[in-house]
Design a protein around this ligand. Structure first.
Ligand SMILES: [Ca+2]
Length: 299
C-alpha cells in the first residue's frame, strides 16, 4: 500500500513535471520565435540604412503591397511628399523600401559627417561628452526657448544596443528629464524609464537611469518638462550602457526645437555642379583607359 501510494505520487509528479516541461517548451519556442523575428527586423533596419549610407530614422511605416512596384528593396532617394498610402504628416527625407516597410531617413551619412556642428544644435548631443563646465555653452544641445514648451531629444546609435543604463550629461539647469523611451525594430515606441530626474537642483550632473526591463534599440528619446525647470535645460551627451558595461555614444540626434541656426540645405545648383564634376572625372578616366587601349593596339 505504502509502495503503491509512493509510486502513484511519483507518477503524478512525473506527469506534472512533463506538463511543466511542455508548457516551458511552448513558452521557450514563443521566445525564440520573437527573438528571431526581432533579429530579422534589425537586419531589415540595417538594410534600410543601405549599410550606413543614411542616418537618423524619422519614420517607418508598413505598405506591404508596394513590393509589386518596388520589389524587396528600393533606395528611392530624397522625397518631400507629406502624404503617402494613407499616412499623413510624413517628414521630408531619404526614402528606402525594405519589404514590407518604408523608412524615411533625415541625412546622408557622408553629408552629415562633413557638416560642422552648429552651436547648440541637437548634433552637439552626439559623441562623447565635451562640455565639462556648467553653463550656457554652445557644445551642448539647447532648445529654442528656455521654458516655452515641452521638449524632446532623440538619439540614434550606430548599432542595436541592449539598453541597461542611460547616462544623460546635463550641463545647464539639470532636472527636466521625466521620461525615456526606446524604439523597437518594428518602429514602435516603448517607455523604458519614467520618474524624477536625479540631477534636479544641481549645476551640472550625469543622470544615470537604470532600465528595469532592458531592451535592444538603435534609437532612444528623452522627454523634458522644460517649462517647469527654469532656464535652458542643456544636454551635452547621452550614453547607453549595455549588459557587459560597454558605453555607446549617439551618432545622430534630432530634437523638438533648437537654439541653433537652421541647417542650410544644399542648394540645387551646388548639388548639380558636384554631380557634373563627378561625371567629368569619370569621363576623363574612361578616355584615359581608351587611349591606353589604343596605344597598346598600335604597338
Ligand atoms: Ca526650461
Amino acid at each position: 500500500m505504502q509502495r503503491t501510494t509512493s509510486f502513484a505520487l511519483r507518477a503524478a509528479g512525473l506527469v506534472a513535471g512533463a506538463a511543466l516541461l511542455v508548457t516551458l517548451n511552448a513558452a521557450d519556442q514563443a521566445d525564440v520565435k520573437r527573438a528571431d523575428e526581432e533579429k530579422k527586423q534589425f537586419a531589415d533596419l540595417k538594410k534600410a540604412s543601405v549599410d550606413g549610407k543614411y542616418q537618423m530614422l524619422l519614420r517607418q511605416f508598413k505598405v506591404a503591397e508596394d513590393k509589386d512596384t518596388y520589389t524587396e528593396f528600393n533606395d528611392y532617394g530624397h522625397y518631400t511628399g507629406n502624404n503617402y498610402a494613407g499616412f499623413n504628416d510624413l517628414p521630408a527625407g531619404h526614402w528606402v523600401y525594405v519589404f514590407p516597410n518604408w523608412y524615411i531617413w533625415r541625412d546622408q551619412s557622408a553629408d552629415a559627417a562633413q557638416r560642422e556642428k552648429r552651436a547648440w544644435g541637437p548634433e552637439q548631443a552626439t559623441g562623447k561628452p565635451d562640455t565639462d563646465m556648467a553653463g550656457d555653452i554652445q557644445t551642448a544641445w539647447a532648445s529654442a526657448t528656455p521654458d516655452g514648451q515641452d521638449e524632446w531629444l532623440m538619439l540614434e546609435y550606430a548599432e542595436p544596443v541592449l539598453v541597461k543604463e542611460v547616462h544623460v550629461h546635463e550641463t545647464y539647469n539639470p532636472g527636466a528629464l521625466t521620461r525615456v523611451t526606446a524604439f523597437k525594430a518594428d518602429g514602435s515606441e516603448v517607455e523604458i524609464w519614467k520618474g524624477k530626474d536625479p540631477s534636479a537642483g544641481k549645476d551640472i550632473a550625469v543622470s544615470v537611469l537604470e532600465i528595469k526591463k532592458p531592451m535592444v534599440a538603435t534609437r532612444i528619446k528623452l522627454y523634458l518638462d522644460s517649462p517647469n525647470v527654469p532656464g535652458w535645460n542643456e544636454i551635452d551627451a547621452v550614453g547607453i550602457k549595455d549588459g557587459r558595461g560597454k558605453m555607446y555614444w549617439a551618432v545622430s540626434a534630432d530634437a523638438s526645437s533648437t537654439f541653433a541656426q537652421p541647417q542650410q540645405p544644399e542648394r540645387d545648383g551646388e548639388r548639380r555642379i558636384r554631380q557634373l564634376e563627378r561625371e567629368v572625372r569619370d569621363l576623363k578616366a574612361q578616355i584615359k583607359r581608351l587611349e591606353e587601349m589604343l596605344d597598346k593596339k598600335d604597338k
